[in-house]
Design a protein around this ligand. Structure first.
Ligand code: ATR
Length: 279
């Protein structure tokens, strides 16, 4: 039997076992996927267990996404760019680390709004924390020419932009403050929230979505609640919106395929199951 895992600390909130369990049943695969609480101090020992063959691979979540990179034998180019690993697998006894969050973010938009990237130029990204990096790399790779990173703390946005501009020749990233939003909104083709604001229904102050153009798309990687106050404001302003739960579902696809050898689909049944499991 093939065994996979998700590790984090804490980990009880993770929806990944339901997600992968659904696919294992649907595809009739003899495998398991379990959540394991691993404290930071125990991470090296857990990695040794993987390398000794106890698991075929698994997912890594907070707070291990960066720390695990030093314990891998190889990091993919994508994980290197993003600076974090969320998916592990063994290849000829070597532990490989990848990052599928960028794929998950883009695949969610591709599935929900097929033509979203047809004529794109300018993006606004809210937040400059760990979750922003995968989104920023994804947007630059899809061809956005100008990506404004708006953060409450300007230093953090600036250092993130500096680091990522070294990776992309056209240097698309520009740091700004959240308070610049209303000035920049009329030029944005896409607005993405990657910050913690929205969780539990919290709201940004003074962002005026009605200043955006009618073609502007607004998406949020926060999915608790499914319609965050930002998405609700965007909908009320007549803009197209995409909620964030699909990023969670899609980011899981490449890992499952690698561990269990079959590519699963992100169906509406799965989406409803995960939404129903929200605590
Ligand atoms: P993650 O790894 O999930 O991105 P993080 O690294 O703690 O988490 O980053 C959280 C992001 O949400 C940051 O951009 C943070 O802004 P700061 O860098 O200024 O701290 C942003 N954030 C959190 N609470 C916020 C709030 N009340 N208003 C505005 N931004 C907030």
């Amino acid at each position: 039997m093939k065994r996979a895992f998700v590790i984090g600390h804490p980990i009880s909130h993770s929806k990944s076992p339901i997600l992968h369990g659904h696919w294992l049943d649907e595809l009739n695969i003899d495998g398991t996927y379990v959540a394991i609480d691993v404290a930071p101090i125990d991470l090296p020992e857990f990695v040794d267990q993987i390398k000794s063959g106890s698991f075929i691979g698994g997912n890594v979540t907070v707070p291990h996404k960066e720390a695990v990179m030093t314990l891998c034998d190889k990091i993919t180019a994508t994980a290197e760019k993003i600076g974090a690993v969320n998916t592990l697998w063994l290849e000829d006894g070597r532990l490989i680390g990848d990052n599928t969050d960028k794929y998950g973010f883009l695949a969610n938009l591709d599935q929900r709004l097929a033509d979203w990237d047809k004529e794109i130029q300018n993006a606004i990204v809210l937040g400059a924390g760990g979750a922003a990096r995968a989104v920023l790399v994804g947007l630059a790779e899809r061809g956005f020419q100008s990506i404004r990173v708006l953060n409450r703390t300007s230093d953090r946005a600036q250092s993130l932009c500096n680091a990522l501009n070294k990776v992309f020749e056209n240097k698309p990233f520009v740091a700004s403050l959240l308070s610049d939003f209303n000035k920049l909104a009329p030029h944005a083709d896409l607005i993405v929230n990657t910050s913690a604001v929205g969780m539990g229904g919290t709201k940004f102050q003074d962002l005026d979505l009605s200043l955006a153009q009618t073609h502007t798309i607004v998406t949020d990687i926060v999915y608790t609640p499914l319609e965050t106050p930002l998405l609700a404001d965007a909908r009320q302003a007549g803009l197209r919106t995409v909620d964030g739960v699909g990023m969670l579902l899609h980011q899981a696809v490449p890992g499952f395929e690698r561990w269990f050898g079959a590519r699963p689909t992100v169906s509406s049944t799965l989406r409803e199951k995960i939404l129903g499991a929200q605590s």
